[in-house]
Design a binder for this molecule. Sequence first.
Ligand code: CO
Length: 144
Amino acid sequence: MEFSYAGLFSRTMPTIDHLGIAVKSLAAAREFYERLGLTISGEEVVESEQVRVGMIALGESRIELLEPTAENSPVGKFLSKRGEGLHHISLRVPDLPSVVAKLKNDGVRLVSDEIKTGAGGHRYIFVHPASAGGVLLELVEAAR
Ligand code: CO
């Protein structure tokens, strides 16, 4: 049977899980978003990515604010190269391991080979911008 990416999304509605935004200061970003009537919750440090994360709930989706905890971290380097702004887009998939297996089989370039666990205990992987139309694309596993 012909493989279809659509099938991987069929058990849940395709959803933008979150938009990742790199910020110099989570405190300053909080001030801005609170002015819009939004609330930043679930602030936590993800040691493996060297970021402090704050989440803003927006319906089915979220904004993920990323403040680097080290200058030479991936987000720290992004900030010094490009300044604050949109860092990645994250799509929610029901079965991350089978998506990743398929992507690897198709020769899609991933940022890391391994599925990692990040903010909120979610499992995720990043597709390299070279394979995703210039966008750093995160795939997150839907809650089971
Ligand atoms: Co993210």
